[in-house]
Design a protein around this ligand. Structure first.
Ligand SMILES: [Zn+2]
Length: 294
């Protein structure tokens, strides 16, 4: 009797970038940084909604928490960890890396990582940059992350975009080489290929704007045709249609405000249609992180 081996599709990384609506780079022209402390905070309630959906679907993910949020809402960070999710680092200030000096980036990265580790009493292994801002101009940041003791990064988007992107970067999880020659595990952001066009179907604005059938087809393509896991990502403000509205460019407004009211239902669908775990576990399953790192 001959058995036909059927390979199970890869287990994908479910991730949330924990920040408030006023931290978003696309809205920065309308929201001065020094106004942040006085704004209504909605991140706790929105993150709780996401925690509820994940608990209902029994999925554990990775929450890349902004240091600014951890500083103001330490209880939220503890609740995320207590619910069995991985807590990772989204930097402190949500500044684009390529607009920071290496010294400023190092200082704020250590501050954010230290704040999270103090809260959790455990090492933080993963990093994701504000707006995926590790680009050709800021590859030096990979060395900073290695020096800071991170075991993986998930900031590189192998596409062309006006604010981020590293066209030509490897689309699958692997090791990326920093300028010093040292390497770091990278779980890049995911894109599907439709008619030769790279379409980042795996979260954020694209997830809200594109019809769900197209998202699903793209994610299936990554899992089944290429046999690769993808990174899904969302922000707490993406399930909050009642957030305060700001006047920004038509493009930014379209990207930020389209289909906020539909996002939570779509999230339930994607959680049913694909297998997910935390980024740390997904990388362990790919043999890229040692199980001993737990
Ligand atoms: Zn962010």
């Amino acid at each position: 009797m001959s058995a036909v081996a059927v390979r199970a599709p890869p287990v994908n990384a479910f991730t949330i970038d924990v920040e408030d609506y006023f931290h978003v780079a696309a809205l920065a022209p309308a929201i001065p940084r020094d106004s942040w402390p006085g704004r209504e905070s909605r991140v706790e309630a929105n993150t709780e909604r996401l925690l509820g959906v994940l608990a209902e679907r029994r999925v554990h993910g990775t929450f890349f928490v902004l240091g600014w949020v951890a500083h103001r809402s330490p209880g939220l960070v503890r609740r995320i960890a207590a619910a069995g999710h991985e807590v990772a680092c989204h930097g402190f200030s949500h500044q684009l890396i390529y607009r920071q000096t290496p010294e400023d980036f190092r200082d704020e990265t250590l501050r954010a990582k230290g704040a999270l580790e103090d809260l959790l009493g455990a090492p933080v292994l993963g990093y994701r940059a504000a707006s995926f801002s590790i680009t050709r101009e800021s590859l030096w940041a990979l060395d900073t992350l290695i020096d800071a003791g991170f075991q993986y990064d998930s900031s590189i988007f192998p596409i062309r975009h006006d604010r981020y992107g590293l066209p030509g970067a490897a689309p699958e999880p692997g090791r990326v080489t920093a300028p010093s020659g040292r390497t770091l595990v990278e779980f890049p952001m995911s894109a599907a290929s439709f008619f030769g066009l790279q379409v980042p179907v795996s979260g954020g604005g694209y997830f809200r704007i594109l019809p769900y059938w197209l998202t699903r087809a793209g994610l299936k393509q990554i899992n089944e045709r290429y046999g690769r896991p993808f990174t899904f990502y969302l922000h707490p403000w993406e399930v909050d249609p009642a957030q305060p509205r700001f006047k920004v460019s038509a493009l930014s407004s379209f990207r930020h405000y389209t289909n906020l009211a539909r996002c939570e239902a779509r999230l339930r669908r994607v959680l049913s249609d694909f297998s997910f775990t935390s980024m740390r576990e997904a990388l362990q399953m790919q043999g890229l992180l040692p199980a001993a790192a737990l």
